[in-house]
Design a protein around this ligand. Structure first.
Ligand code: AMP
Ligand code: ZN
Ligand code: FE
Ligand code: FE
Length: 294
């Protein structure tokens, strides 16, 4: 089985629609059997993706990637099979989306001061249907206007922390988000734990405390991790009895070297993830979501 548990569509900052991501995932060369759609801070792509999955020989796992904060560092948390109707989670997501909206005008003003003139309309055109406005959309607007050659350059020159266009925004504390996902009957997995940003704050002790908050797994197989990191993280995961996942973090044309299926999740680890979500749903009395089977 070929299982890829972390991808993005135009429901956040990926370049393909949810239906197109599903079609690409089922087709050559990816040939996935299981695909999780995990857009940033939003579940708005689920319905379209589920509909597309019914027409393909592929199982869709509904998910989401949420930007959180721990000890001053950004930590991305993947939530799978969570009940979207759980009110405390819905309220927190609204707060996050409002913060994404709220920083836009400040970012554009700072860029203007630095000599980069792009309008809110320029950005909205790139945002399209996505409820989560992200720096990648601003990067795309800069590329369209000739201020950068591609997303990567826009981040390096303008949008990364410390650059003229950067503005900090609200993010949920990591442990709080793990508890919310778990209480919503989902399974929480730390995305690219030793990617830049979160690496310095995610030691064994911290991960053990997240495990106590309900954490189900660690995304070990990811392009942010070299062979040495993967082997250390695998050892940590088994020590803490955490599920090991793998994924592409596909963004369509928005991120190079992240092709669908470039990293995969083992079948038995996937089964453990599904069991953890079902157990969390039973404990919290939330609706049990299941992967959409072909
Ligand atoms: P934001 O959600 O606004 O904080 O933007 C962060 C998102 O931008 C990340 O989750 C990535 O998807 C994307 N990103 C970060 N760095 C880069 C880069 N160098 N090139 C392309 N996309 C990036
Ligand atoms: Zn992204
Ligand atoms: Fe991420
Ligand atoms: Fe991602």
């Amino acid at each position: 089985m070929r299982i890829d548990l972390h991808t993005h569509s135009s429901a956040s900052d990926g370049t393909y629609s949810p239906a197109d991501v599903v079609r690409l995932a089922a087709a050559d060369p990816a040939r996935l059997d299981v695909l999780a759609l995990t857009d940033h801070d939003s579940m708005s792509g689920w319905a379209e993706a589920a509909q597309a999955a019914e027409r393909q020989a592929i199982t869709l796992v509904p998910g989401m990637e949420i930007s959180t904060k721990h000890a001053g560092a950004g930590v991305h948390v993947l939530g799978y099979l969570l009940d979207p109707g759980y009110p405390p989670l819905a309220a927190e997501l609204e707060r996050i989306l409002a913060a994404r909206e709220g920083r836009l005008s400040t970012m554009l003003a700072q860029l203007q001061t630095a000599g980069v003139t792009i309008s809110e309309d320029d950005v909205r055109r790139q945002v399209g249907e996505s409820p989560a406005i992200g720096r990648p959309h601003i990067a795309d607007a800069m590329v369209a206007k000739g201020f950068a050659a591609n997303r990567g350059e826009a981040f390096t020159d303008w949008l990364n922390a410390g650059r003229p266009g950067h503005v900090a925004r609200y993010a949920t504390p990591t442990a709080t988000m793990i508890r919310l996902i778990t209480a919503a009957g989902g399974a929480a997995v730390i995305a690219h734990p030793w990617g830049h940003g979160s690496r310095r704050v995610l030691d064994a002790e911290t991960l053990a405390s997240f495990r106590a908050a309900g954490l189900t797994g660690l995304e070990v197989e990811h392009q942010d991790h070299g062979p040495a990191d993967r082997s250390s993280l695998r050892a940590l995961a088994s020590e803490l009895d955490l599920v090991i996942t793998g994924s592409s973090d596909f963004h369509g044309l928005g991120k190079v070297d992240h092709e669908l299926g470039c990293n995969l999740t083992d079948e038995d680890q996937y089964a453990r993830l599904l069991a953890a979500a079902a157990a969390n749903a039973a404990t919290s009395g939330r609706d049990v979501l299941s992967a959409t089977v072909p």
